[in-house]
Design a binder for this molecule. Structure first.
Ligand code: ADP
Length: 543
């Protein structure tokens, strides 16, 4: 066989050759922008030519500070095809972390949205390696002045540059893109995606037993393109010729719902908090999800009540997925095996709420503290470890790599069980488990059950120190609008589902739960708020 390199050029060339008329739609505050793969491919070649003229060469890095849109996809491909790499910056990070990431990755060019100028402007003076800043036009066709010396209009550059047509021959192992993941403590850690990893991961998400992205689909990636390549979905959609719809700047749940209904979206991917928001909106507007056929939901555990609501009330197939930045990112999809369709409804949704089956091409082990594999009985818990061609082997230039990548395996830090049918169930992150009286309580399972209460909008559970038991669970709950539901009723609603000692003694009602930069409940901020407060209260207790 030919030793043919697995690079993203194949993805680009196929879309250009076979699907030139297929549409890419981007929501703008004042309407939508429509383009096609044909026009997009031409612009990618011009952008690459423009970047080359600015001095970008093989191995250089082009940072993006952008919302989801077709231009963002141009940068992904232009940088990767010319032998450089794109580096997505999370627009929700603070200035210090952004500066750290850009300096650590040694980014040479930074591309940013006009709408995000106020966030990135103050960071620019602290960037040591950035030589050029490209600013996209705002909705009004204007672009702000960031006061950076070598600042260019992105549109001007694309318009005036000669297209790069002779793409360099690339090594499949070279880096195509970079994403940093938040660390619990310390600075973010970078993961470099090779062409080969993106290629293989894109194939995987097209399989009918995974996300099944096909030419007949119109994909709305709600998951940000600054977060692990929007789960690789835009690469897959481009390869297979699916239409794509992007949320543009600062989209709201109402914007997503409108895009789904108006733009013929058949499949969409996002984190549970986004789907909870859209579900609430559907409940109040009484409408339907139009052409939507499938929801891909991951990033944190999808509550079973939400899965059922989408499938039973809205007739949409709900596919729970699991993965992480270090895995390009999706490693598991939960779909029922043949023979499971006839199971009682509770059992069926029990499987769908698990993280699911390992995708083809990867290996997994769930191991105990001694590193021995635990039995696949759906009960025995252990840490999940992974290896395969789309799993990172190190963090970018980071001494912390040695703790996480050991003997050829990536240690996920997630505690999981595997049942007899092979379905992975993520019990918790190691650091979020509650250890009460020497036994583990899963914060995730409590949260999911609490979110099943009809008057609970969101629930997060954290461990709080307890003199007698070591730790106890504390539930932090956001009520639905107009609800007055109280602590006792909320706890009683989940009482039948868990052993008595799992139930939280305390529920704190809040207006909102703080989110991480990647849209998950920030347990760190909750711990900061409630654990220190409880300590203070205990300190003032005179008993
Ligand atoms: P971070 O959010 O920390 O920046 P990632 O997005 O890479 O980084 O998060 C990956 C982690 O998110 C996983 O290790 C796991 O703990 C959690 N996670 C992802 N998907 C799911 C899911 N479907 N169910 C439960 N946990 C999930």
């Amino acid at each position: 066989m030919m030793d043919y390199p697995l690079t993203v050029r194949t993805i680009y060339q196929r879309a250009q050759a076979l699907f030139p008329g297929r549409q890419l739609v981007t929501r703008l505050p004042g309407g939508v922008r429509r383009t096609t793969y044909g026009e997009w491919a031409e612009r990618v070649a011009r952008l690459a030519g423009g970047l080359r003229d600015l001095g970008v060469g093989p191995g250089d890095r082009v940072a993006t500070f952008c919302w989801n849109h077709d231009r963002h996809l141009e940068v992904y491909f232009a940088a990767a095809l010319m032998g450089a790499s794109y580096h997505t910056l999370n627009i929700r990070l603070g200035g210090d972390q952004l500066a750290y990431i850009v300096n650590h990755a040694k980014d040479k060019v930074l591309v940013c949205d006009a709408e995000l100028a106020p966030a990135i402007g103050p960071v620019l003076p602290g960037l040591d390696t950035v030589e050029h800043v490209l600013v996209l036009d705002g909705d009004d066709g204007q672009r702000p002045d960031l006061g950076f010396g070598a600042e260019h209009g992105y549109e001007d550059l694309v318009e005036r540059s000669a297209p790069m047509t002779a793409w360099p021959e690339l090594d499949e192992r070279q880096t195509a893109g970079i994403c940093y993941t938040s660390a619990t403590t310390g600075n973010p850690k970078g993961v470099a995606y090779s062409h080969r990893a993106l290629y293989l991961h894109s194939l995987v998400v097209g399989l009918v037993d995974t996300a099944a992205i096909s030419e007949r689909d119109v994909l709305l990636p709600i998951v940000p393109m600054f977060h692990v390549n929007a789960w690789g979905m835009p690469f897959a959609a481009t390869w297979f010729g699916a239409g794509q719809v992007y949320g543009g700047p600062a989209p709201t749940p109402a914007d997503y719902l409108r895009l789904i209904r108006d733009e013929g979206v058949t499949v969409s991917a996002g984190v549970p908090t986004v789907w909870l928001g859209i579900l609430q909106l559907l409940e109040s507007d009484g409408g339907d999800l139009g052409p939507l056929q499938r929801i891909i939901c991951g990033g944190s555990a999808a509550p079973v009540s939400m899965i059922r609501a989408y499938e039973e009330r809205h007739g949409v197939e709900f596919v729970h997925a699991y993965g992480m930045t270090e895995a390009t990112p999706v490693t598991h999809f939960s779909r029922l095996k043949s023979g499971m369709d006839d199971l009682p409804v509770e059992a069926r949704y029990g499987y769908k709420a698990k993280q699911g089956l390992l995708v083809p091409g990867l290996e997994q082990r769930v191991v105990d503290a001694d590193g021995d594999e635990v039995p696949a009985d759906g009960k025995s818990m252990g840490e999940l470890r992974l290896r395969g061609p789309s799993i990172a082997s190190e963090y970018l230039d980071d001494p912390r790599s040695a703790q996480t990548f050991v003997d050829g395996w990536y240690h996920t830090g997630d505690v999981a069980t595997v049942d007899q049918a092979g379905y992975l169930h993520v019990v918790d992150r190691t650091k979020d488990l509650v250890k009460s009286g020497g036994e583990w309580i899963s914060s995730v399972e409590l949260e999911n059950a609490l979110m099943g209460h009809p008057e609970v909008a969101q629930a997060a559970v954290i461990a709080v120190p307890d003199e007698r038991w070591g730790e106890r669970p504390l539930a932090v709950v956001v009520r639905k609008p107009g609800s007055e539901v109280g602590e006792a009723e909320v706890v009683a609603s989940v009482a039948g589902k868990f052993p008595k000692w799992w139930l939280p003694e305390r529920v704190e009602f809040v207006d909102e739960i703080p989110m991480t930069a990647t849209g998950k409940f920030s347990k760190r901020l909750l711990r900061e708020r409630f654990v220190s407060r409880l300590h203070e209260e205990e300190g003032s207790d005179e008993r």
